[in-house]
Write a protein that binds this ligand. Sequence first.
Ligand code: 13P
Length: 267
Amino acid sequence: MIQAMREVIVAGNWKMHTVPAEAGQLARTIAARTRIPGVTRVICPPYTSLAAVGAALAEHDPDVGVGAQNVHHELQGAYTGEVSAPMLAGLAGWVIVCHSERRRDAGETDALIGRKLQRAIEAGLRPILCVGELLAEREAGQQETVVSRQVRGALADQAPATLEAARLVIAYEPVWAIGTGRTASGRDAAAMAAAIRATLTELGFTDGGERVPVLYGGSVTSASMDEFMAEPSIDGALVGGASLKPDEMAGIVTRAGLTATARAGSV
Ligand code: 13P
C-alpha cells in the first residue's frame, strides 16, 4: 500500500551542459512536453543556469522543480569556487548530493557527503542522494555491500525522522551504466532498491524505508524507461544525457506517468 502511494519522480541532471542564454528555453520546452499528471519533474542545470531555468519555469510551468547538482559541506568560508546551501536560496528547491562523478573527480567521501546532506536539509533543499557501484565491484558480486555502505555512510549521522521530513530521494546509479549506453536490467535495479531499503530499515527508517523514493539512473532513455518503471520498487529516474533532449524527456515522463496513474488507482 505504501508503494502505491510513493511519488513518481523524473529528474534531469544536465551535468556540465548549457549556457544561461539557452537553458531557459530548453527548460521551457521540456516542461511543455512533459506535463503528465502525477509525475514530479525536476531539472538540475549547472549553477550558472539555475537562475535562467528558474525564471523560465516560474513563468511557464512552476510545477517543475529546480535542482542544483552539488552543494558544499560548509555554510561559508575560504572555499574558492564553491557554493553553499544558503547561497542556493531562491535558486533551487532540490539538490543532487554525492554523484559518482563527484566521488570520482572531486574525491568526495561518504563522510563528506553526509555533511553536504545535512547542510542541504538545513537549508530546506530536497536531497537526491546518489549511490552506485563500480563495474569491478559488480563483477566481484560486491554491489549490495558497496551501496549499503554508501547509504549508511551518508545517512548514519542524521536522524531518520529528519531525512524523512526532508523527503529524501535516493538514486541508484551503477557507475558502469552512466553515459555508457549500457543499463542495468530492471531486475538488477529492483534488487538494488531492495538492498537500499534494507539498509534504511537497519538505520531505523519507518516502514522499512518504503516511504523513500528510489530512482534508477544510468543511460535511461525513452526506450529503456519501461524496464525500470515495470518494477514496483523503482519510483522514477535520474536522467543524464537524455534529459537534454525534449523528445526523450517527453517519452520518459510519459512512461513514468503510466506508473503514477496505476499507483493512484490502486490506493
Ligand atoms: P546518463 O543518463 O547520461 O547515463 O547519466 C546518468 C546520470 O549520471 C544522472 O545523474
